[in-house]
Write a protein that binds this ligand. Sequence first.
Ligand SMILES: [Zn+2]
Length: 308
Amino acid sequence: MNQKSESDRVLGRRCRLCGCTRPLRLYPLEDFSVVRCPECGLVFLEIDLGAEKIKEMYSGDYYENRADYFFDNPVLNKGRDEEDTSIRNFRHGLELVKVHHPDAGNRLLDVGCAVGVFMTLARDEGWEVSGVDISDFAAGYCREKLGLDAHAAGNLAEAGFEPESFDVITLWDVLEHFEDPLSQLREVNRLLKPGGVMLVDTPNQGSLIRSVAHFLYRISGGLVDLPVRKLYHQFHLYYFDTATLGRLLEEAGFQLVHLEGRPIPDEKGRAGFLGRLAVKAISIPERLLHREFELLAVARKPVAQTKP
Ligand SMILES: [Zn+2]
């Protein structure tokens, strides 16, 4: 393994947003460290990830181990009629897209489509939907169980879509999973028709709960690291705030047209009793301070692209 390929394989040595090669360690954890770029402020993981390792992370087990999260909803489980936060978010996203692109055609691509919940909702509302996911299991589930047009590809460029063929492209909780978010968003830009819109939903590094976790970690000299370990994990490689997300969108050729905070979903039940209590306690101040748990952005591909 030569030096260059290693630095490209190990995240954390170079900021993939601004190119800075001096990221600073925020939290050295067991299997990885959380680092912050001193130039642009991007927070990401220092972790060794070969492409094969990323693909392995999203095998069938990833979805089966999270069955409640992925399958227990009224879209895939007709016996359950109560709409949870993620379904309400998906409906809200479809509304936002219509508001910001009222003249759009109906071609929609969902990147990181998982087991097809959002695609099904969009199809029911009249969109002609396609999806792509790194997981063979997830794409196969979408095709075989739901009859959806879903492709398995870890890299958007490998999925073989035609340039400028989509009116809308959505990325729900997927941006933070990419090894190189900028190159993936540039590909999203290439696949969108001029004037088309992209919707991105991602955890907010500027959220109040992350500041509380940081404070506890710092004043305890790193001894109180449980909140940090709950909030940063190997599946989320990047953590954007409004500034770094704004810069990423601009570098990828987009104009931001809408940005809002989304609160912590009530169903963050995997965190256990104390975790749920912390989530409840923080949900009101995070709203008042506009430092919610997630960011939801809508960005447009300009009709006339300015040449650099
Ligand atoms: Zn940077």
